[in-house]
Design a protein around this ligand. Structure first.
Ligand code: PLP
Length: 399
């Protein structure tokens, strides 16, 4: 018998759970795209997106997913033959690096493996050694969604400055904008890329590139920038049409408007970040308790290096796949796959899973997922420590 026939829950690191109000805002007839509400509303999104990233810089909106944001950012400031440094903390660092390679950019990777964050000292060393300033940019991922490692961007900025190196600091915060704190200006991030479908609670389809004046000056030095990815007409549009380089993502704009209202006006960004921190702590407490007996282990052992948006778990093959399948079939919960930990035909791949805890998430949703995991561990007779749910509930109770 399956007990999965209620509302299904997606507990994966993106797309995240969409608030009903966001979906309802999108469920409407095609709007007037020439004048009126849609245009005013779109211009109003700009300051609110910048508020979430804590920047007074610029933002360009694209129709696209996170991969689009990656390419957009690269296309504005890097030409074939340019060199970039990629301190890598997992699959998404390597993915962005690979995209750069495909654009003819020369990539040098410092690999920090799958269980650690970027060590700023190694970045400083690599940049100090680059006397000729060949590196035009450093590509960083704030939270690598595959490993759930969250690097300290302020410390990396200090490392770049200590090396007295002019490379642009480019950051992917697609996984965690609106979940982990982002202080683009205070931390000296030059270019920041994000998508709408994780912390920003909107169905996949919009991507954002934030940039400061230093990055814009680098854009101006380019001899050629792809017409579609060029951020100039999007960030300072003389026509509404230019802002989107074609037809606007009309319904996404309505959805995003509601999502940003929920974050900034109703709950407040500080509170949103605190909620993520508390719920993440409940997740970690549960897994740490389960891990006291049996094979469960958090991929990132140090709490200070973990993201508040996603948690990667090592449980050993074949338990990872078994547990994910059980939760989908028997409990109506989908957990994240062990992305990039190993190839899917490798038995090791079946020993990982991830829990997304980003965006539209509260105590009852999270406790439901954790309780379902406990049921799965019990049903599958996977050894685990006792008392995880009580321990997680205590974290939620303390608020
Ligand atoms: C999800 C994600 C991406 C890719 O986004 P897509 O929308 O799947 O293209 C890139 N980087 C990070 C850190 C992510 O979490």
């Amino acid at each position: 018998m399956s007990l999965a026939h209620g509302r299904h829950t997606l507990a994966i690191p993106g797309p995240s759970v969409m608030p009903d109000r966001v979906l309802q805002a999108m469920h409407r007839a095609a709007p007037n795209i020439y004048t009126g509400e849609l245009i005013d509303m779109t211009h109003g999104l700009v300051p609110d997106l910048k508020a979430v990233a804590k920047t007074d810089g610029h933002v360009a909106m694209y129709i696209g997913n996170g991969h689009a944001a990656w390419e957009a950012a690269l296309a504005n400031v890097l030409a074939p033959g340019d060199k970039v440094l990629v301190p890598a903390t997992g699959q998404f660092s390597h993915g962005w690096a690979e995209m750069a390679t495909k654009l003819g950019i020369e990539v040098e990777i410092i690999d920090f493996g799958k269980r650690d964050v970027v060590n700023p000292a190694r970045v400083e060393e690599a940049l100090t050694a680059d006397k000729a300033h060949a590196f035009k940019a450093v590509l960083l991922v704030q939270t690598d969604t595959s490993t759930s490692a969250k690097s300290d961007l302020a410390a990396i900025r200090r490392a770049i400055d200590a090396a007295d190196h002019p490379a642009l600091m480019m950051v992917d915060s697609i996984a965690c904008l609106g979940c982990d704190d982002m202080q683009m200006d205070a931390w000296g991030v030059d270019i920041l890329v994000a998508g709408c479908q994780k912390g920003l609670m909107t169905p996949p389809g919009m991507a954002f590139v934030f940039f400061n004046d230093k990055a814009d000056a680098a854009r101006d030095r380019m001899t050629r920038v792809s017409g579609y990815w060029d951020w100039k007409p999007r960030a300072n549009p003389s026509f509404y049409y230019q802002m989107h380089c074609g037809t606007a993502p009309t319904h996404h704009l309505y959805g995003l408007r509601v999502a940003l209202d929920m974050i900034l006006k109703e709950e407040g960004l500080d509170q949103v970040l605190k909620r993520h921190a508390t719920l993440a702590s409940a997740v970690w407490t549960a897994f740490e308790t389960w891990g006291q007996d049996g094979p469960i282990e958090l991929n990132i052992t140090d709490r200070a290096k973990r993201s508040n948006a996603v948690t990667s778990i090592r449980i050993g093959a074949p338990y990872g796949t078994q547990l994910r399948d059980w939760l989908t079939d028997q409990a109506g919960v989908t957990l994240g796959i062990g992305l990039g930990m190993a190839p899917s035909d490798d038995p090791a791949w079946h020993g990982f899973f991830r829990v997304g805890h980003m965006g539209h998430l509260n105590t009852h949703m999270l406790m439901g997922t954790l309780g379902s995991i406990e049921a799965g561990l019990t049903a599958l007779q996977i050894p685990h420590g006792k008392g995880a749910l009580a321990a997680a509930a205590e974290v939620c109770a303390a608020g």
